[in-house]
Design a protein around this ligand. Structure first.
Ligand code: NI
Ligand code: MN
Length: 239
């Protein structure tokens, strides 16, 4: 959709699921939840070839299709170590385990794992398996920009450290409330992160995720130079 070949690209698959394509053509899926994701367009339920998969936490609405898509497309999967162990036990082959504060290089991209204030149980049959800490990611794309995918989180003051250490240009931030930040908290996150481009996510998927981009705009009226980019599921942006 108007995307050029010279820029990295961001496609929203609905909810917290995004596909990033680097200038070198590497394809990075963040939070693999497509088949049961009511906002994911039918033609993206299988997003196609994948080089990398990043998983923020074990909840089904971020992780539900991790095993199926990893087995189909054989990406390098980056996840919190307990989640990574679970994936290996399920037969996923190329798994990179890490923890908050660390950085790994995958497919020419620096992937930094950062904190999230949330939980990360994995639903496995009729039990819940410990998934380690939930997380967010800052990914440094070759030639820029740096993207922060916050995962599911409340606002937390150490977002200022994410800014200081990693300087993300874009924030992909949950705004739906109830299970994550709502618009007022997300506005405070934007101040702490000092990001100039924000893509709201994790809202409207179900009726209880009530936060809206309009509310986020209202809460950030005083911030100059901020661009809130309201994407449609299936839409692709040049970064
Ligand atoms: Ni969650
Ligand atoms: Mn969620």
């Amino acid at each position: 959709m108007g995307a050029s070949n010279s820029a990295a690209k961001l496609t929203w698959l609905g909810h917290a699921t995004f596909l990033v394509t680097t200038v070198e053509g590497k394809r990075i899926l963040i939070d693999p939840w497509t088949f049961d994701n009511p906002r994911c367009p039918d033609d993206l339920k299988d997003p196609g070839p994948l080089d990398v998969m990043l998983i923020t936490h074990g909840h089904n609405d971020h992780f539900g299709d991790a095993v199926a898509l990893a087995k189909k497309h054989s990406p390098t999967v980056v996840a919190m170590l307990e989640l990574a162990d679970w994936l290996v036990a399920k037969g996923v082959g190329d798994v990179v385990d890490m923890h908050i504060g660390g950085t790994v290089q995958v497919a020419g991209v620096a992937v930094h794992m950062v904190a999230a204030v949330h939980s990360s149980g994995i639903t496995d049959g009729n039990q819940t398996v410990y998934g380690g800490n939930p997380c967010g990611f800052v990914i440094d794309l070759p030639g820029g920009p740096a993207l922060y995918h916050a995962g599911d989180t409340a606002v937390f003051s150490d977002m200022a450290l994410i800014r200081k250490l990693l300087s993300p240009d874009w924030g992909l931030l949950p705004i739906g409330d109830r299970f994550t930040m709502g618009p007022r908290s997300a506005a405070e996150a934007i101040r702490l992160l000092d990001v100039k481009k924000v893509v709201p996510m994790h809202y409207g998927t179900w009726p209880e995720l009530t936060g809206t981009p309009a509310q986020l705009r209202e809460e950030t009226r005083d911030l100059g130079g901020l661009e809130i980019v309201e994407m449609e599921p299936g839409q692709t942006l040049d970064l």
